[in-house]
Write a protein that binds this ligand. Structure first.
Ligand SMILES: [Zn+2]
Length: 230
């Protein structure tokens, strides 16, 4: 009678180590770039959205801004033209996993599949394998970091996030970013639905956000360029 709870306890302890303990490893991941030169990277998660992503990529290009798009592999596979629009506008492509499933609930094999399938498909679509990976929901596990190393990927989080799990009005998003902007900031934005309506709100917020950051003396760049200046 005592074995079952013990076995369950053992499995729970393993999972705690695998999914919770792995978060200690995120301390070694990238949360911000170097504070040299007042540079900031705008990053866009969860796309491509066939309607909003090309619009946002163009709005950025019209203002001469290059940014980084963390794409969901399955969405990229379904919307190759939207991926092309990002690349053609001069932006950087990065990986956000295949299905946007939280890695907290993925074993080692599924974790590798989420990362490597996305890597292969994005390399096929763009001609270049991504160098940066952002875990969906910011959740990791102990298997992830070895997979990333083997795939030549660095794990990148963010230092400023104007909209998390709850919708925020465009003006509130712009105010949040301008209040928390810092040299080397990595700003996390969403060009596709996670929270419903996210891309519409972002498209409305973006012009004032970009202009406000530039007024404060910041140069906007990609994650790759921001980290290369380290
Ligand atoms: Zn996401």
């Amino acid at each position: 009678m005592r074995l079952a709870p013990l076995a369950l306890g053992g499995a729970a302890a393993l999972w705690v180590g695998y999914a919770w303990g792995a978060h200690a490893m995120t301390l070694a991941a990238t949360w911000r770039g170097p504070a040299l030169g007042r540079r900031i990277a705008l990053t866009f998660d969860d796309g491509p959205d066939p309607t909003w992503t090309p619009r946002i990529a163009e709005a950025l290009a019209a203002r001469g801004v290059r940014a980084t798009f963390f794409l969901v592999g399955r969405r990229a596979h379904g919307h190759p033209r939207a991926v092309r629009a990002i690349v053609d506008a001069g932006h950087e492509i990065a990986s956000h996993g295949w299905s946007h499933r939280s890695l907290w609930f993925c074993g080692p094999r599924r974790t590798a599949d989420e990362v490597l399938r996305t890597q292969d498909r994005l390399a096929e679509l763009t001609g270049t394998a991504p160098r940066f990976f952002r875990p969906p929901w910011g959740m990791v596990n102990a298997a992830l970091f070895g997979v990333l190393r083997r795939a030549g990927l660095s794990c990148v989080f963010w230092s400023v996030q104007p909209e998390g799990l709850r919708a925020q009005a465009p003006e509130a998003q712009t105010a949040h970013v301008l209040a928390r902007a810092h040299a080397g900031a990595i700003v996390d934005l969403h060009d596709a639905d996670g929270v419903p309506g996210a891309p519409e709100r972002l498209a409305a917020a973006l012009p004032a956000m970009i202009d406000g950051l530039r007024d404060r003396g910041y140069t906007l760049t990609t994650v790759g360029d921001l980290l290369a200046s380290a």
